[in-house]
Design a protein around this ligand. Structure first.
Ligand SMILES: Nc1ncnc2c1ncn2[C@@H]1O[C@H](COP(=O)(O)OP(=O)(O)OP(=O)(O)O)[C@@H](O)[C@H]1O
Length: 322
């Protein structure tokens, strides 16, 4: 059987250093197929970024990981440093929330976009030609002139397009996007999303899209994973999530999203999210859950399949969240 493009299995991440020692992720499993768009959704601190960054072995300082993170069958957590460099350059790319924080303001756009290609041995002229094509493919007009400009000459939205062009330079099979539109205004957000979904289709590139916005994830992804306190609590097709969310947390997130056609205020998920380190015994969501029973605070519910959905809630079979 051909291995999946991305397969994370039972990933535990914990900080080990002294007083800061604490768990961050507990048994995270997810996969992304070739050309598939997959969302990873949850409130702040749930562990989305740590999960996403683990695919490039970018773990927090002093963190230890157990489990496996395989890209096309190769375990990223145990591969050699040389292979990891190669993987980051050619196979998996990442874009971040704030493009300004991840680009050197003193270097021209052209240097940024051509960096990986030059390091891979491409001539300067070829790399610049290719960089201009890439900028054009993300909707930057006069790409040759843009290559000579500096980051401060671009708006946030334009700079995120440049980041996407840079991420595509190695022709990755998988693109990791960590809240790529959160820092942008709504119109620009929509444009960047359109570029990402267009590129995914054209290049049949896998996409792992990290966001706190469940509705956005469901709109652009084939499948969505919902995270709470360092664990995956639900995984479903995007359509399935809308039609029939199975975990009370997922239902809460859907209800929390303000809808244009409704003038009712969003209900939201009551209470405050917890991190895995703060999570009490049993289901970490129990304290905020209207459906919790004493049994919910005993054991962490196992993730199981119900009609194609994967859900970690003790009461999933009996509850209907319509
Ligand atoms: N570099 C780090 N050093 C120490 N702890 C970290 C580091 N990065 C993340 N953590 C901890 O890991 C947990 C998960 O963080 P993570 O950034 O993955 O959450 P998130 O769901 O992406 O949230 P956000 O939407 O706020 O980015 C948090 O409790 C956070 O404090």
């Amino acid at each position: 059987m051909t291995p999946r493009l991305l397969e994370i299995e039972n990933l535990d991440v914990r900080l080990t250093a002294g007083r800061a020692a604490r768990p961050i992720l507990d048994g995270v499993s997810l996969h992304v197929g070739r050309g598939e768009a997959v969302g990873l959704v949850g409130e702040s601190g749930s562990g989305k970024s740590v999960t996403c960054r683990s695919v490039l072995r970018l773990l927090p300082e002093g963190a230890e990981a157990a489990g496996s993170v395989r890209v096309d069958g190769e375990d990223v957590l145990t591969m050699s440093a040389a292979r990891l460099r190669d993987l980051r350059r050619n196979d998996v790319s990442m874009i971040f929330q704030d493009p300004r924080a991840s680009i050197n303001p003193l270097r021209r756009i052209g240097d940024f976009v051509t960096e990986g290609m030059r390091a891979g041995g491409m001539s300067r002229d070829d790399a610049l030609r290719r960089a201009a094509e890439l900028l054009e493919s993300v909707g930057i007009r006069e790409p040759r002139a843009a290559l000579r400009r500096y980051p401060h000459e671009f708006s946030g939205g334009m700079l995120q397009r440049v980041m996407i062009a840079g991420a595509l330079a190695g022709e990755p099979r998988l693109l990791l996007a960590d809240e790529p539109t959160t820092a942008l205004d709504v119109t620009t957000q929509a444009e960047v999303i359109a570029i990402l979904t267009g590129l995914r289709g054209e290049r049949s590139m896998g996409l792992l899209f990290v966001t706190h916005d469940l509705e956005l994830a469901a709109a652009i992804c084939d499948r969505v994973y919902v995270m709470y306190a360092g664990r995956i609590v639900e995984a479903q097709t995007a359509g399935g999530l809308f039609d029939r969310p199975r975990h009370p947390y997922t239902s809460g997130l859907l209800a929390a999203t303000p809808r244009l056609e409704s003038d009712r205020p969003p209900r939201g998920v009551p209470g405050r999210p917890v991190s895995l380190a703060e999570a009490p015994a049993g289901c970490a969501f129990a304290a905020r859950c209207a459906h919790a029973r004493p049994a919910c605070t005993r054991d962490v519910p196992a993730r199981r399949e119900i009609d194609g959905a994967h859900v970690a809630c003790l009461r999933a079979e009996e509850l209907s969240h319509d």
